[in-house]
Design a protein around this ligand. Sequence first.
Ligand code: NAD
Length: 264
Amino acid sequence: MPRTILVTGGARGIGRGIAHAFLANGDRVMIADLPDGGEWNYDLASAEERKQTLAEAKVLGEVAATDLDVTDKASCEAAVQETLSRFGGLDVLVNNAGVLQSGPVGDFSERDWERVFAVNAKGVFLMTQAALPALKASSDAAIVNTASIAGKQGFRNLVAYCGSKFAVVGITQALATELAPDGIRVNALCPGMVGTAMWLEHLMPANTTDAAEQKQQFEDAMASMIPLGRSQTVEDMGQAALYLANAVNVTGVSLSVAGGYEMN
Ligand code: NAD
């Protein structure tokens, strides 16, 4: 039976990889993201990126897109409602939307701290609350939260990001325990280093405007750091999210997909 999956932050990057994996598996997907970017230290998903992702995804299966701001309760409820109207149910919620800001703690602005926690941590709470009645009605329900290896290990200059991702791991374990009696499995995916906007436009901005060269610089840096010798791809993340949503006797785990960079 095809399931219905809602992927937050699905307009590009890891969310796009996750949407593709579920579509290739024969599931139906609702891509939910900000309508047209947003003010941040790097550009968030644009309307054009979402349009392109949707067009590619349509080749793979049944997919639609809707507006979502995970920091806004009414918007979360509307995105779930839109999914129910479109597909008649919701089986898997993938809480993938996230933002990153870096900088030394002494200069880190309160505004950025609040935004990082609002999207990365509170967004998981609000979306879970909005989706809960539909998930309870499903006979094969799961939640997959995109945390990070930064949710298991602290990194310098990432005080808010690490804090928010540790929160996601904690939220995952709390929900796994609480929702087990309802048959809802809750797990987290902890990506290692994936060459998306967070890296290429913020953490490791290249000294070139050539996109291929930029990716190569990122890849070279990662290859020497990661035991398995390469960065992670959005396809790696799609595969892992699909596994976590399918595994009928797995709940409360935070699965690192990091080529051996993080092993707990
Ligand atoms: P990305 O910036 O390409 O994707 C994040 C998506 O979230 C974007 O489409 C953005 O528009 C969306 N988003 C941001 N704020 C939102 C909001 N308020 N409401 C709805 N959508 C919102 O980056 P990505 O690397 O694909 O990140 C996806 C997830 O993976 C994030 O949670 C991120 O923290 C996590 N992650 C990424 C890496 C990595 O190496 N790229 C590593 C570990 C974890």
